[in-house]
Ligand binder design. Structure first.
Ligand code: HEM
Length: 522
């Protein structure tokens, strides 16, 4: 064996490329001059070798400490936040949050950042769907406008699905909050995406959840792989994603084909009956695709691919939010639950027992519980991550020059946990925002700005500015209906302490194995 090795290293044809490769790696890993500004490096230790490299891995392994170090030591200055796989980001101070949201897309670009952080060209079976995300327009326009009309469907699916997951037994029984709520969110959200009965197809739901888990994990792994070999590694690493996508397309194909045939028949006979036309995302997508005149847009695979992307954007975010809210309530005080229940039952009685948009808007305590829980537990730890795309770079108000290609971000976690902004910030105060909204000494516009879906530079759970989450108005209504159904129909066995959230790379997620004991109310 040692003979073969010594033969190999004596051959110039082997040694020369090996030396070249090693030199390339050493140069790029350790010696290449950084184009980034000279700023304090979060996670680096005084006097140590290769501070940037070590900080990258240290920060990835313990991101909470990185975020806290940035906040406690450099609250008012920009710092370098190196993270293995995510690059060396420039974390701007909170005083520059508005500056970030004010920048046009031609200077700071969210889309370019998303393409890279999710490794879309590898992880998406048809990347053109993300490069041309026409479904976003439907979220901000049709979905948001239809939130009121969708309330009966969402309420119906919520009742069906929660009862299936949590049961109707009147004795206390234990269940895993995250697992059960993931199913509920999957079914209710897909009721709005693809309608009834497809939203109850267990295979469709399983694939939606599976895909939503696979994409971020695979993207995180790929970002750690050296760029020149990434296409090869991605070819194998993304096989499960592509299989899940193809299966999802197959499950949804019969529905899409039937609807396309129906759409064409209606177009041929515009005088014909219009009843029976669905009011869900798939139907809006078909109309949008047909109106575009581009047959690629109405291929069943394209339409199904867009629904799968929506599952990715909606399922985890919403499941985390509702899991957190339930855990917060079940580990708070019975009086809070009684007060919340009284509000829901009172308002519902005013509206003749019928769920509608106006009734939901009146339930300000319910809204406050969700906003407070999202504040306390937001999965967004650093936010508004945007790529500098202006060739000349970006100069911040404090004079830091950031080159084209770098990524800027802001300290969401630290802002959402700040005692000066939210007194007693580490506590769950369910009616924090409804109390502020009922303070009539404050002008109306300011009070209304405390509703769940309203973003600000101090409330970043949905991002902020032009690129803030477009699905947040729908999500807020869906989660309110869901929590209301649970609070009115189930009792919690109160727990003394809340299981802690976990940090998973850059994100903070609820304790996914946490259980509670519930019973159906008589
Ligand atoms: C409680 C649930 C949700 C939370 C906490 C949440 C949070 C977020 C956040 C933080 C962003 C990034 C914003 C930024 O960087 O400025 C985002 C983007 C996005 N969200 Fe949500 N989201 C939720 C539900 C939904 C739902 C239900 C949908 C779809 C119906 C959706 C669709 C999207 C899309 C498409 C984007 C990307 C926007 C873009 O690329 O411009 N989200 N969301």
């Amino acid at each position: 064996m040692s003979g073969i090795i010594s033969q190999l290293i004596s051959r110039p044809a082997v040694v020369a490329p090996a030396v070249l490769l090693a030199s390339y790696l050493i140069y790029h890993l350790f010696l290449a001059p950084s184009k980034l500004p000279k700023l304090p490096i979060i996670g680096a230790r005084d006097g140590e070798w290769f501070p940037l490299l070590r900080a990258r891995w240290r920060n990835l392994a313990d991101f909470k400490s990185a975020v806290i170090e940035a906040d406690t030591q450099y609250r008012d200055t920009a710092v370098l936040l190196p993270i293995a796989g995510a690059g060396d980001m420039v974390l701007l101070p909170r005083s520059e949050i508005q500056f970030v949201t004010d920048q046009p897309d031609a200077v700071l670009n969210m889309h370019t950042q998303v393409l890279d952080s999710l490794q879309i060209d590898y992880t998406c079976t048809d990347p053109s769907l993300v490069h041309n995300p026409i479904h976003h327009k439907l979220i901000t326009t049709t979905l948001t406008n239809q939130v009121g009309n969708l309330v009966p469907d969402v309420a119906d699916e919520t009742a069906y699905s929660v009862d299936r997951q949590w049961g109707r037994g009147t004795e206390f029984h234990e269940l895993c909050v995250y697992d059960t709520m993931c199913h509920v969110i999957g079914a209710v959200t897909n009721r709005v995406f693809v309608g009834d009965p497809r939203c109850r197809d267990p295979e469709l739901l399983r694939l939606g959840m599976h895909y939503a888990k696979l994409v971020p994990v695979t993207a995180q792994f790929l970002r750690l792989v050296w760029r020149p070999v990434r296409p090869l590694v991605a070819f194998f690493a993304t096989i499960p994603i592509h299989l899940a996508t193809r299966r999802f397309e197959r499950v949804l194909a019969p529905e899409i084909e039937a609807r396309l045939a129906d759409y064409d028949a209606r177009q041929r006979d515009p005088e014909g009956k219009s009843e029976g036309v669905r009011n869900d995302f798939l139907q809006w997508s078909i109309r949008q695709a047909k109106e575009s005149g581009d047959p690629y847009m109405w291929r069943p695979a394209t339409l199904a691919g867009r629904i799968l992307l929506l599952n990715f954007a909606a399922i985890h975010t919403s499941s985390f939010s509702i899991t957190n809210a339930i855990l917060d309530l079940a580990t708070s005080r019975q009086e809070y639950i009684d007060e919340l229940r009284a509000e829901i039952e009172g308002v519902l009685a005013e509206f003749g027992g019928e769920w509608n948009k106006r009734a939901l808007a009146k339930m300000q305590k319910l809204d406050s519980v969700l906003r407070e829980s999202a504040r306390l537990n937001s999965f967004v730890t650093i936010g508004l991550s945007r790529r500098v795309v202006a060739q000349e770079g970006l100069t911040t108000p404090s004079g830091v020059k950031i080159p084209c290609g770098a990524t800027v971000t802001v300290p969401s976690y630290s802002v959402l946990q700040d005692d000066d902004i939210y007194p007693g910030a580490s506590e769950f105060q369910p009616f924090r925002f409804s109390d502020e909204r009922s303070d009539e000494s404050v002008e109306y516009v300011k009070r209304a700005a405390k509703s769940f879906a309203t973003t600000s530079k101090e409330y970043l759970a949905f991002g902020h500015g032009r690129n803030a989450c477009p699905g947040r108005f729908f999500a807020a209504n869906e989660l309110k209906l869901m929590l209301a159904h649970i609070v009115v129909n189930y009792d919690f066995e109160m727990q003394d302490s809340r299981p802690a959230n976990q940090w998973f790379g850059l994100n903070r997620v609820p304790p996914m194995k946490a259980t509670i004991r519930v019973r159906r109310r008589l």
